[in-house]
Each structure stands twice: as structure tokens, then as C-alpha cells.
Design a protein around this ligand. Sequence first.
Ligand SMILES: C[S@@+](CC[C@H](N)C(=O)[O-])C[C@H]1O[C@@H](n2cnc3c(N)ncnc32)[C@H](O)[C@@H]1O
Length: 236
Amino acid sequence: MDWEAFFTVHRGLPREGPGTAEDVAWACGLAGLPEGAVICDAGCGPGGDIAALLDAVPGARVVSVDKSAGFVAEAAARFAGEARVSVVEGDLGALPGAYDMIWCAGALYFLGLRDGLAAMARALKPGGVLAFSEPCFFTDAPGAEARAFWEGYPAQSAEGIAAAVTAAGFDVLGTRKVPDAGWEAYYRPMEARIAALRPDADARLAAMLDLCAAEAVAWRQVRDETGYLLCVARLS
Ligand SMILES: C[S@@+](CC[C@H](N)C(=O)[O-])C[C@H]1O[C@@H](n2cnc3c(N)ncnc32)[C@H](O)[C@@H]1O
């Protein structure tokens, strides 16, 4: 990956993966958190979900964690002066914990589902709640394009994901598909950035612009077959 070119495209975007404030509110509603709960935004990117987490849980404190120093700096700048938010550089596999809830949008699968669930379980308080989005097929017979979209990651059915969550020691509270609006909230600002950069792009940057643009096109072709399942589960 050409990270310099990647960050030229992605620096300063509102979010780095699909999601909506409604998703956050729905998950927090299922979690039924106490006032003053401590929530970890694991793999926070530039902090696109932090405001929604603060809105959804009155009095909550949000600890946002990402391994990318650039995204950590962006999220920290967005919430500078907000005492309820801290943003730290760290690894999803070794979250300090212990949290009442972990919100993990589009990031747990970087560890793999089984290892990711085990890492989250280690970082939750007993009875704590995990909400995460996971690559999922919404048809029994996904086509080659839908499979290729995840570049080798073993996306699976909603039932398969729920079974893995249960096997990891959680009780599933609810699942739902991340809506198309959540994907567009990620891709549209990225496409506007691509259009702005295109006229002056050198060959290296142009290759990255093509790669990022192709991802959005590919998702729109397969969106009825695959996407993210948002899963909310309580550690039993
Ligand atoms: C697809 S982005 C999602 C970002 C954010 N949750 C959002 O929805 O806008 C995945 C994020 O996970 C972070 N990430 C990936 N692997 C990680 C790891 N092992 N530890 C910490 N962060 C990680 C990346 O740096 C990136 O910011």
C-alpha cells in the first residue's frame, strides 16, 4: 500500500468506513448503558462516530483508539476541549479496558473475527456490550464480484457471524444491515476528494485515486449481496 498517496486521498474525511448516527443510537439503545458509561471507540479512524456516541449515552465518556497516528491526531483535533473524549494511539488486540461498551465500526475484522471477538471480550467489563460491523453476505449465493469485494477476507452469513459471537461467549442482542446511506456517507466525501485531486495528480497519486474510486464503484455493484452486518452482543 502506498500510504502517502492513501493519506493524500483520505486525510480530513469525515469518516473512514460506512456508518450512520442512527446505527450508533440503535446499538446504544440495545446496550442499555448506565449514565456515565465508559465506551471505547475501537478503530475510531478520524472520529466520525464520537459525536453520535456522546449523544446516544448521556454522560458517557468515550475513549477512542486507533493504530494510525494520523487518524488519532484528526480525531483528537475534532474533540479538543471536550472533556468526555480522549483519543489514544493503540492496538485493537491489546485495548487497556475495562469498558462498559466497545463500539467497533469496520475495524474488528482487521484482527479476524475470532481473534477480534476474543480481544474485545478481554477489554470489556463483565456484562459489557460489544457493537461491531462485520463483512457479511446477505444472500446464500454471493457472486464472484461480491466475494472479490472483500479481497480474500472470509465474509460470511449473518447466521455464521452470530454463531461466532456466541462461541466467543457473548449473547447476541440484535443485528441489522448497515444501510446504504452509511456507505454513501463514507464514499461520497471520498469521491469529492478524488475529483478535486485528479487534475494535478502525478502517476503515483493517480493510481491511488483509481483504486479508491474503483472501491466505491464495486460496492455499488454488489451492495444487495454484501455489506456490513452491525451486531450488538453482551458478554455473558
Ligand atoms: C475502515 S476504518 C474505520 C474507521 C472508523 N471506525 C469509521 O467508521 O470511520 C478502520 C480503522 O481501524 C484502524 N485499525 C485497523 N487495524 C487496527 C489495529 N490492529 N489496531 C488499532 N486500529 C486499527 C485503522 O487505522 C482505521 O482507522
